[in-house]
Design a protein around this ligand. Sequence first.
Ligand code: H79
Length: 568
Amino acid sequence: MSNDEKKLSRQWFRSAKFAVLFHWGLYSLAAGTWKGKRIHGIGEWIMYRGRIPVREYETLAAQFNPVKFSGKEWARIAKAAGMKYIVVTAKHHDGFAMFKSKASQYNIVDATPYKRDPLLELAEACEKEGIRLGFYYSQFQDWHEPDGAGNTWDFPQERKFENYFNAKALPQVRELLTNYGPVALIWFDTPGTMSREDSLRLVQAVHELQPDCLINSRIGNGVGDYDSLGDQEIPLVARGGLWESVDTHNDTWGYVEFDRNWKSPRELVERMVKVVGKGGNYMLNVGPTGLGQIPAACAGILREVGAWVGRNKEALYATDASPLGLLPWGECTSRSGKLYLHVLDWPQSERLVVPGVTAKVKRAVLLTDARRRPLRVSVGKGAVSIRVPRVAPDSPATVVALDVAGKLRGCAARTVINCHRNDFDPPYSVLKNCKHAKFSWMEKFGDWKHADCVAEWSGPESKAAWRFTALEPARYYLELDYSCDERSSDSEGMLTVGRTSLPFPVLDTGERSNPVPDHGLWPLFRVYRLGMIELPRAGNYSLTIGPMQKTEGGWIKLRRVSLLPVNA
Ligand code: H79
């Protein structure tokens, strides 16, 4: 393929913005319980977590009969939610193929009373609805096979990975790319210690059978076409290239009957918009039941999200990342000559302040206003101000669309606005003698949390600093969000804003190493209000923070500093 052809074949992915990932397999039938005992955490790991022997887990296949499955229904629900591509687990780590396979009898057609291939039906439905289809395939872990990775309870002996790879993984990937029409992407996962040669053999098979099919980064060894971020990771900073965030709707991927922790429509819209404003796609997971149904609570929330997406499509699909700096009220997306302001925290002041707009604003309208009546725009120092209704016209977010002329320059400095909370995130700080560090940990098993922090402070010489502009004089509460273990407890820190210095004691938040082997750290972030400060004038300020003493353990993991308006 020439470079131009390659670019074209990827354009759909760049424009898609919203997608669904279905986790569906034998684990969906177990639904989080094994032999009467609940196993909390991600449902598709039940075999691993319960150390269930292959022979016992296989009995699920004999009962797997998803008579309520309808590929049409799944595709319709995805389409109504505004999702542009569907990825479905063709084979997860448990090794069970949800499609007809000649490479292994352990598949839904040969091993279950259902006897049908649901991926054929789904492929057909996607084609009809105009949605692209991709397959999740666990290429490295396979707990069913003596030579696949991961199952040490049945197969403690040394393994010959190549046997499994040649006999099952590679042939099954070939089947998926041969029998289901056009495959938009293959979503590999957990490459583990796979060799570069093996990753490349998969790439070669994909390119040979479907040259337009994209491959995600979890193929391993840096040979994918686009980046899948960590499970449930929403980035704080814009990223270039093709990438996708992958998120859960509750705290599991595969169906767990007793997990009701659904993200609300507001939370989903917020997470989607944050991702799209950083230049990526938001792929949301749905875990259908063992009968093949999408849980009612999940489907209902997706409908609400879809209604919002439907009203605001123009501000989502085929947009680019935000060219503006940090926005206290939400996120921004853009295209040539346009800015879309996604306001999640609607101002009570009837005035939406948009910092960092260097171009001329020709027109501002509410996207939900069918008559497109222009809103009053005034230009002040360092910010544009738009007259808006007191009550938010749309929910969970209201989009204000701006027509702009001239070049938009990125603006790194932060503008503090007196009617919103103003967060200072670590990636935007300048550091001296301390480091940016990313921490990822699991709370319930498999439920990943991520924090971008300032850490490894070396002593009184260490400082993190943010520059910002205040639009008017005002008073704010200062809040810190950090995790700290006992070694730094009761040490002193100093925060300075302009001429005001605020000394504060650091407190042990309960951070410790995770008692579960291999699980690393267990940070525990807490929010403390340090006090009130005054910004006596409009203009530029700097906010710095650091320790007053040297402490063992690198002092705190600082996740956020915030300024909260006192009068709001
Ligand atoms: O498919 C979903 C999850 O099942 C899958 N990725 C999403 C998209 C996933 N793979 N792994 N995990 C989730 C959790 C990872 C657990 C690990 Fe460990 C902790 C890997 C290494 C440390 C414990 C110890 C489990 C394996 C070794």
